[in-house]
Design a protein. Structure first.
Length: 95
């Protein structure tokens, strides 16, 4: 069970990973608030776990940080609008 302090540490870790990926949407450049940027997996078939979940797992000692870093490398950083649009495109291409 995670504590409030664990959740805070996970948010700080997520922000750090977000900064390391450029801190802005790779499609439109939006960077007003990095905490709302999404990690969009380039290949959904290779997705192990969502980045926010892995941040919590690292903080509580459930998995090593290397797992988080490898997973983050599989992602582009997107604003919510671009992420929703790409998700929509991917769903419609599969039809």
């Amino acid at each position: 069970m995670t504590t409030k302090e664990d959740n805070k540490k996970a948010r700080v870790l997520r922000r750090s990973i977000t900064h390391s990926k450029g801190g802005a949407c790779v499609h439109c450049g939006w960077n007003k608030e990095i905490s709302v940027l999404h990690f969009h997996h380039l290949d959904a078939q290779k997705k192990v776990c969502p980045i926010p979940r892995l941040c919590k797992d690292v903080v509580i000692g459930f998995c090593p940080i290397q797992v988080l870093l490898v997973e983050a490398d599989k992602c582009d950083l997107l604003c919510p609008t671009c992420d929703a649009y790409l998700d929509w495109q991917e769903r419609n291409e599969q039809k």
